[in-house]
Design a protein around this ligand. Structure first.
Ligand SMILES: Nc1ncnc2c1ncn2[C@@H]1O[C@H](COP(=O)(O)OP(=O)(O)OP(=O)(O)O)[C@@H](O)[C@H]1O
Ligand SMILES: [Mg+2]
Length: 288
């Protein structure tokens, strides 16, 4: 479905980023010509080869980096600095080892306004909220343990809770499940699916795992390396709710296969890649 001005939540208008003035002078951009519209509540995934600009896109989406050219609107507002409405989780859970799990989850509320000002007065209420969230992701009984007493998958669950405790409108996930084994990863897909279905925040998921992108997302974007551009937009029309069984169906594996082809094309020599990507972008619809 096309995002209209009313339903559009993320709006990149011809966005280019060079990391510094010298690179800009050399016309050396980490990402270029990004035109992308994401609907409110939409779950998008971004896949592409290492170094193509996925994390750069994340930094732009949260206002940690300003574009060298172009404009970004999030929830109708031009982005002018770091956004408070987003939560983030990365490949390494990066929990603080001296804080219990529940205290780690509470951390954003100690830092982000409006929670920060009333944190002391409302600590009990917030701790209840953190505990409820931890229970929802299957960490009942682990709330008062320390991160080093938790498995990798448990730590990543806690890190998801920390990203969501301030009820962000947008959740940014940069390879959040990359370090986990296949079974734990699938468990976490389901947890994320549940949280998203319930709360309908926007998700931008960066992943190297094509199955993960197809299972979770409404739309998958493929980026090309050098220049870092969005070259393919693939809407995932598999019905929801999706359960893990769907990953064994022909429909599912066909989409994964198709995406794999686009990534493969991006890895060929520059000249070959340009030719292939232009063709695939025409047949599947260039990212808009
Ligand atoms: N702080 C920086 N200063 C200069 N160049 C940078 C900086 N951060 C990233 N880059 C460059 O920008 C390009 C895109 O990097 P980015 O980290 O966005 O890639 P990525 O797609 O997230 O890669 P990976 O899959 O390996 O995480 C790369 O060429 C990288 O070298
Ligand atoms: Mg990255």
């Amino acid at each position: 479905m096309q995002a209209t001005p009313e339903t559009c939540f993320v709006d990149f208008q011809d966005v280019w980023l060079a990391y510094n003035a010298q690179l800009l002078a050399q016309n050396h951009f980490a990402v270029e010509a990004i035109d992308l519209k994401v609907q409110r509540g939409e779950f998008i995934a971004i896949v592409g080869p290492s170094g193509c600009g996925k994390s750069t896109f994340m930094k732009l989406s949260t206002g940690l980096k300003m574009p060298s050219r172009g404009r970004i609107l999030i929830d109708g507002q031009a982005v002018t600095g770091p956004l408070k409405i987003s939560g983030m989780a990365f490949q390494a859970p990066s929990l603080l080892p001296w804080r219990s799990t529940v205290d780690n989850v509470l951390l954003p509320l100690e830092i982000v306004e409006p929670y920060r000002s009333n944190f002391k007065a409302k600590r009990k209420e917030y701790a209840e909220r953190a505990r409820r969230l931890l229970q929802k992701v299957g960490l009942a009984g682990y709330e008062d343990k320390f991160p080093w007493q938790l498995s990798g998958g448990m730590q990543q669950r806690a890190s998801l809770c920390r990203a969501l405790i301030h009820e962000p409108k947008m959740l940014l996930l940069d390879e959040p499940f990359g370090a986990l084994d296949a079974f734990t990863r699938e468990e976490l897909w389901c947890i994320l699916r549940e949280l998203w279905t319930e709360q309908k925040f926007n998700v931008i998921l960066v992943t190297h795992d094509l199955r993960e992108s197809v299972f979770l997302a409404d739309t998958v974007y493929v980026m090309s390396k050098s220049p870092g551009r969005f070259v393919v937009k693939r809407e995932i029309d598999l019905p929801r709710p999706r359960d893990l069984e769907i990953t064994y169906t022909r429909e599912f594996t066909d989409i994964v296969h198709e995406l794999r082809g686009h990534i493969g094309a991006g890895r060929k020599t520059d000249a070959q890649a340009q030719a292939t990507l232009t063709t695939t972008a025409q047949t599947t619809g260039k990212a808009t």
